[in-house]
Design a binder for this molecule. Structure first.
Ligand code: MTE
Ligand code: MO
Length: 384
């Protein structure tokens, strides 16, 4: 593996692992704008960043349970209508460090910023699949294909030097309302190398691991992808399962992410002056479920106050008339308080299906440290 040709990155990113490059922005960067700037968007990789030099010659292949295999070029993708979807991408490992602090877990450590909200531009996967003869809303092809597998150009050690891969059900891939994109733009600019240049998958509402970057091929397959990241990782186990008694086949690959929120305006180490404190952060849920409410407590969860929420209705350059165009995106929340003494400030969100975050991280502890969605707590000291 070769890390000598990595792209330049913003110096304020906090590096959790250098090779492969895994980094997140400071908390405050996430709340300074509704759409996360590309430079401050977390970067989650499992190998060196591939280089695609000749965009004219770049192609990806379609194989598997279809009549005829086919290669598609960027010009085939650019020809299709361009959709822009505002979607929050979140790594399943977001907030892992806090889970590991209660009982050790395996995986790259992350604070609360392995998440970002971007405007992705590209072709709808449902329309790309039509090019190879698979109609919209297909659950199974005549030859028994039920999943679409995305295979990358990159190479990673978990796959023994093979490419990163993942799959989603064909019915989701062919459903235009699921907004699955083959994206070539991020925030109105050409996708950069770190985020998947020239072409990546974006699966809104689903853990980031399924949004495969640097597409090399797509396969129509009968069973879900058997790759490492589908079968031996990114599964949610109960707290009783540890490395000596794990049976990976007993659990399904995680897809939708659960309701989540975090406070980004404060750090545990903050000493604030008595008076106004601003509690600001993000809240998001998976599967297209919106955020119904964000509750804030100044006394460790005994009493609560509702925060105000902000979500952009639609950005001007979005030529999309879907009324719900922001349903895959986070909301930013804010509440102001007067504080005079030390406090444990807590945030918890409720989604539109009335799902709530679990109170304690211990109850959702799992050996891989995924989906830490416990109430987010910040200890604030008041000083003079
Ligand atoms: N795709 C490839 N080819 N290789 C990877 O390592 N990482 C996945 C996903 N797609 C990955 C990938 C994971 S775990 C996440 S969380 C997201 O990409 C991160 O996307 P980002 O780096 O654009 O934020
Ligand atoms: Mo991830």
């Amino acid at each position: 593996s070769d890390y000598t040709q990595e792209p330049p990155r913003h110096p304020s990113l906090k590096i959790n692992s250098k090779e492969p490059f895994n980094a997140e922005p400071p908390r405050s960067a996430l709340i300074s704008s509704y759409v996360t700037p590309v430079d401050f968007f977390y970067k989650r990789n499992h190998g060196p960043i591939p280089i695609v030099e000749d965009i004219e010659r770049y192609s990806f292949s379609f194989t598997g349970l279809i009549e005829n295999s086919k290669d598609l070029y960027m010009k085939d993708i650019w020809k299709l209508p361009k959709y822009t979807v505002t979607a929050t991408l979140q790594c399943a490992g977001n907030r892992r460090t806090a889970m590991s602090n209660t009982r050790k877990v395996k995986g790259v450590g992350w604070d609360i910023s392995a998440i970002g909200n971007a405007v992705w531009g590209g072709a709808k996967l449902a329309e790309v699949l039509e090019l190879i003869g698979i109609p919209k809303l297909t659950a199974v092809t005549p030859s028994g294909g039920k999943h679409v597998e995305f295979v990358s150009i990159d190479r990673c050690k978990e796959e023994n030097g093979g490419p990163y891969k993942a799959s989603i059900p064909l019915i989701q891939a062919t459903n235009p309302a699921a907004d699955v994109l083959l994206a070539y733009e991020m925030n109105g600019e050409t996708l950069n190398r770190d985020h998947g240049y020239p072409l990546r998958v974006v699966v809104p509402g689903v853990i980031g691991a399924r949004s495969v970057k640097w597409l090399e091929s797509m396969n129509i397959i009968a069973e879900e992808c058997q790759g490492f990241f589908m079968q031996k990782d990114y599964k949610m186990f109960p707290p009783s399962v540890d490395w000596d008694n794990i049976n990976w086949s007993t659990r399904r690959p995680q897809m939708d992410f659960p309701v989540q929120c975090a406070i980004c305006s404060l750090e545990d180490v903050n000493v604030v002056k008595p008076g106004k404190v601003i509690v600001k952060g993000y809240a998001v849920s998976g599967g297209g479920r919106g955020i119904e409410r964000v509750d804030i407590s100044l006394d460790g969860g005994k009493t609560w106050v509702e925060a105000s929420r902000y979500q952009k209705p639609a950005v001007p350059y979005i030529a999309d008339n879907d009324e719900n165009s922001e349903k895959w995106a986070w909301v930013l929340f804010e509440a102001k308080f007067d504080i005079s003494k030390n406090a444990e400030i807590v945030a918890k969100a409720v989604d539109t299906a009335a799902n709530v975050q679990p109170e304690n991280v211990e109850d959702i502890w799992n050996l891989r440290g995924i989906l830490n969605t416990s109430w987010h707590r910040v200890q604030v000291r008041v000083g003079h």
